[in-house]
Ligand binder design. Structure first.
Ligand code: ADP
Ligand code: MG
Length: 330
């Protein structure tokens, strides 16, 4: 069997002729069983890309292959979409007055009632929603509804799960749980997952492969660690982490030499120690973050951020020696 489950080639979809909207000329492939995260600011084309992959939208150009078969567009079949893929969107598309169990079971045929029951119960256990079995959807929280939607999507032998902004409606704790669940599901079932988000922490934690979209263009496609450490554009660094961005004039005031317009580094790249090339900064603010502090440091009117792993080591108005150990220029 082919290692790649999905291959996207030169995919283009423009909504308007006059201005840039949608996606243009996107190509990449996805390995079977991988979790792929597509990250980009609002309007960057994430949902458009997902809908084209699923076959809900007809691309202007290019094609999507699922197991070497071209995914059909909405004009080529009676029911748009694909039987081997399922898409869970923010509205969940559940029957809100029906019970959890019935929502999920409704996806299976009645030819073998016992098998249907077993499979439904098994899927509910997978997603930790067994105790919600007899509740109506309307009685559930956003996070619980989401679990039901995912269970419903997965029960009919789905090979590829598409999730559009899956964590946008859930609180922080649940978000962490759901992320862990999705990761576990992928490992346990061999499911391939494509998830779209504007929140980078979703993708970095989960994904085997990360795609960065900007104005409909695929800027970078690699492992999350690689992209985080080596962002190819200012946009990528900004969207991925709490990068510090300085213009060339500011950078110069800190002794960072560059011919480019911007200098970018992460707070964890700032070394708080006295070395031959460290410089004196004033601590303007200390933000307590639990096991570490984030420090706001200033020198020559330029403010940067740094991490202090021993929480409480520095106080406001202290002076510290800091060296920007690594930076990128764009
Ligand atoms: P994202 O999901 O990343 O927020 P979308 O894929 O929804 O972005 O949209 C990408 C761009 O295409 C945006 O500029 C959006 O306004 C435009 N767009 C999306 N859907 C339509 C549509 N049906 N008609 C016209 N423009 C659209
Ligand atoms: Mg969207």
């Amino acid at each position: 069997m082919n290692e790649q489950i999905i291959t996207v080639t030169n995919l283009t979809k423009q909504y308007q002729e006059t201005q840039v909207s949608g996606i243009s000329n996107i190509s990449f492939s996805i390995k079977r069983g991988d979790i792929v995260a597509i990250i980009g600011e609002s309007g960057s084309g994430k949902s458009t890309l997902l809908k084209c992959i699923y076959g809900l939208l007809k691309p202007d150009e290019g094609e999507v292959l699922l197991n070497n078969q071209r995914v059909k567009g909405p004009d080529e079949q009676l029911i748009p979409g694909n039987t081997e893929m399922k898409m869970v969107t923010q509205d969940f598309s559940l029957n809100i007055y029906a019970k959890v169990y019935d929502n999920i079971a409704s996806m299976l045929s009645n030819t073998d009632i016992k098998a249907k029951q077993e499979k439904t119960m098994e899927m509910m256990e997978h997603l930790h929603i067994t105790k919600l079995k007899d509740k109506k959807i309307i009685e559930l929280s956003g996070g619980e509804q989401q679990r039901v939607a995912i269970a419903k999507a997965l029960i009919s032998d789905t090979k590829v799960l598409l999730l559009d902004e899956p964590f946008s409606q859930v609180d922080y704790l649940l978000k962490n749980q759901l992320r862990a669940d999705i990761k576990r599901l992928a490992k346990e079932t061999g499911l391939t997952i494509i998830l779209v988000s504007h929140d980078p922490t979703d993708g970095l934690f989960l994904a085997d492969q990360l795609l960065i979209l900007k104005q409909g263009i695929l800027l970078q496609n690699d492992k999350p660690e690689t992209i985080y450490q080596n962002p190819s554009a200012l946009y990528t660094a900004q969207i991925l982490g709490n990068a510090v961005v300085l213009d060339a004039v500011q950078a110069n005031k800190l002794g960072l030499k560059t011919q480019k317009q911007h200098v970018v580094f992460y707070p964890e790249w700032v070394e708080l120690k006295s070395t031959w090339n460290s410089r004196r900064f004033e601590v303007k603010e200390v933000y307590y973050k639990g096991f570490y502090d984030e420090l706001l440091l200033e020198r020559n009117g330029v403010t940067i951020r740094a991490l202090q792993l021993n929480s409480g080591e520095h106080k406001k108005n202290d002076h510290v020696q800091a060296n920007i150990g690594r930076f990128l220029a764009f």
